[in-house]
Write a protein that binds this ligand. Structure first.
Ligand SMILES: N[C@@H](CCC(=O)N[C@@H](CS)C(=O)NCC(=O)O)C(=O)O
Length: 217
């Protein structure tokens, strides 16, 4: 069965899905569609016109979280959702926190530092970057630092969907020259190096850097 992902690779939600596919060793076709001016045909597949969607033959699944669940059922090994109920709930919570909490800060920095000059042809809004990096993100980093403790991964004892989602949100930040101060958040900084050092992330982050360089001309 042929799997197809639609959505530009620089999207953190598309990256999240592609990391899951890489981790599970699944081959797929990739259509790097931008989520602007999407066709009526696409809106029949995703009524909000957002990316990503996954297609598996005539099955269509919108939303990165729904797609990750589908891929887990399709290919259960390696497991990305902890078997223990509490750890599974924590993994799903951290995934949500990455997608809607961390992402509010990291996406703002990406929009201002990368998209504004390269695609919108305007100067970055420094006030928005300051608010994201000095007000929104630091308490979130404190929370992650505390939750990591001495663990290798954020939920349970193995790499999980929570690590995929956090790694993807932070990959957007790294691409925007954002960094986590290792003297203030040593566990988080080391953890992110661990996540981004995995072959799945290395491959896609290399592709991201290429896309950014190509856009910069
Ligand atoms: N909860 C969705 C979020 C998807 C999302 O917001 N995608 C952005 C790109 S990063 C998008 O399509 N934006 C276009 C729009 O909102 O119209 C998911 O996890 O897939």
């Amino acid at each position: 069965m042929a799997l197809k992902v639609t959505g530009v690779g620089l999207s953190p939600f598309v990256r999240k899905v592609r990391v899951v596919l890489e981790e599970k060793g699944l081959a797929y076709e990739h259509d790097p569609m931008l989520p602007m001016g999407v066709s009526d045909e696409y809106k029949q597949k995703h009524p909000m016109g957002k990316i990503p969607i996954l297609e598996d033959g005539d099955r269509v699944i919108p939303d990165s979280s729904a797609i990750a669940h589908y891929l887990e059922a399709l290919t259960p090994s390696p497991r990305l959702y902890p078997s223990d109920g509490y750890e599974r709930a924590r993994a799903i919570w951290i995934e949500e926190f990455a997608d809607t909490g961390i992402m509010t800060g990291t996406t703002t920095v990406f929009q201002e530092r990368v998209l504004a000059p390269l695609f919108f042809k305007r100067e970055p809004d420094e006030a928005k970057i300051k608010e994201a990096t000095e007000e929104i993100l630091p308490p979130y980093f404190d929370y992650l630092e505390e939750n990591l403790g001495d663990s290798e991964w954020i939920a349970g004892d193995a790499f999980s969907i929570a690590d995929v989602a956090l790694g993807s949100a932070f990959a957007t930040f790294v691409l925007s020259d954002g960094s986590v101060d290792a003297s203030r958040w040593p566990r988080l900084a080391a953890y992110l190096e661990r996540v981004h050092g995995r072959p799945s992330f290395r491959k896609l982050m290399e592709e991201d850097r290429g896309a950014k360089a190509a856009a910069a001309g």
